[in-house]
Unconditional design. Structure first.
Length: 369
């Protein structure tokens, strides 16, 4: 990996603070470590020729990538064969872009953007404002000074502006709703700039930086927690009423193999009722997080395949104008964030050898139907 390109930012000059040692994230992201730890494939490769998913779907089929993965020719060949859109898994978030001294680095985001451009793959931007990431450079700004809001605006302007004309959409606000669905999350951005106002502001600033790009709100557990889905829908209404240029809705769809049949369809349809574009933005189906009622791992894998098929079928039934993209959160199992957390999980469509699993065949069949 080349040395990061550091671009002076409005946050610079607040006083240097020491560079952090290697973070857990950096370690987790190391592709060599992943390959070395990759679990054996646990699903039998399905027989028969493999159709490129992107050729079967009338809408873009996305996946997430890390810049380090792009050095692996087997990975890039599989990605390019099946997927027509990429989302940066974490290297277009503040966590990567904003350095402790407030400067910005774009080396890895640029590498992913260049990869996408060279192959005619769409680039999706993820994610501008996230409760989980509050870089020190922002935390250190005095809340009574206008500089916090200005730095927030300039960050969004710099990132969206850099990929203007290439990014086909941006997750502007990510995971704003509390896990229990009871309220919105409380965090640095809401405390300094207001619970709703920080979101409205982010949408306006992103819109000014790229007036043509669809701007998303995005969240998870919408299919498994009705209270969270309700709160998410209320938030979308509030943002629209407040005049935020929110033009599209993300449904992450990180689910577990024991999710009840019908939940994904109901959720996708509920979100589509706004009439905006919908992105199934991060789908994966965990086997190990599923409850204990399965008698075997094969049964879990079959349930996983059914859930993928249900989501694809529900998405394909939306009006074409609302089908933004269907994104799966990774290509091969060993690279999944869930497998980094638990090596016996297998949440994606391809195993470690790049062979299609039952879940792939289910998606393929759902797309053909
Ligand atoms: C995850 C990535 O997969 C991990 O690599 C990273 O360590 C943490 O974030 N919802 C999101 C994504 O919006 O950004 C998260 O991605 C998964 C949950």
């Amino acid at each position: 990996m080349k040395r990061p390109t550091q671009v002076p930012s409005p946050l610079a000059g607040e006083g240097r603070i020491p560079t952090c040692p290697l973070s857990r994230r950096t370690l987790l992201a190391a592709p060599l470590a992943l390959t070395a730890c990759a679990p054996r494939a646990n699903s039998q490769p399905a027989p028969g020729p493999v159709a490129p998913l992107k050729s079967l779907a009338p809408f873009p089929i996305g996946t997430c990538v890390q810049a380090g993965f792009l050095d692996d020719p087997a990975y890039t060949a599989l990605l390019t064969e099946h997927f027509s859109q990429i989302t940066a898994e974490w290297e277009m978030k503040m966590e990567y872009i904003v350095l402790p001294d407030g400067t910005f680095r774009f080396d890895r985001p640029d590498a992913m953007a260049a990869f996408a451009r060279a192959r005619g793959i769409r680039l999706f931007g993820h994610a501008l404002v996230w409760y989980a990431q509050t870089p020190d450079a922002f935390v250190r700004l005095d809340e009574r000074r206008a500089s916090f809001g200005q730095a927030y605006d300039r960050y969004i302007t710099a990132v969206v502006g850099r990929y203007r004309g290439q990014a086909v959409g941006w997750d502007v606000v990510n995971e704003a709703v509390r896990d229990d669905g009871s309220a919105l999350r409380d965090h640095l951005w809401s405390q300094r700039l207001g619970e709703i106002d920080h979101m409205v502001r982010a949408f306006h600033v992103a819109h000014a930086a790229d007036p043509d790009v669809p701007l998303f709100i995005n969240d998870y557990n919408l299919e498994s927690n009705p209270a969270k889905l309700d709160q998410y829908q209320r938030l979308i209404e509030r943002l629209l009423r407040a005049g935020a240029p929110l033009t599209a809705i993300g449904c992450q769809t990180h689910c577990n193999a024991d999710l009840a049949s019908g939940a994904l369809t109901r959720t996708i349809n509920a979100l589509a009722r706004f009439g905006l574009q919908v992105h199934v933005s991060e789908m994966d189906v965990s086997l190990v997080r599923a409850g204990g009622w399965f008698v075997s791992r094969e049964e879990k894998a079959a349930a996983q395949a059914r859930l993928y098929a249900e989501a694809v079928t529900a998405f394909a039934a939306l009006p074409a104008a609302q089908q933004f993209a269907f994104t799966i959160w990774g290509v091969r199992d060993p690279e999944s964030w869930l497998v980094r957390e638990n090596r016996s999980d297998a949440p994606l469509l391809f195993d470690g050898e790049g062979q299609p699993k039952a879940a792939f065949r289910a998606v393929e069949a759902a797309l053909r139907a």
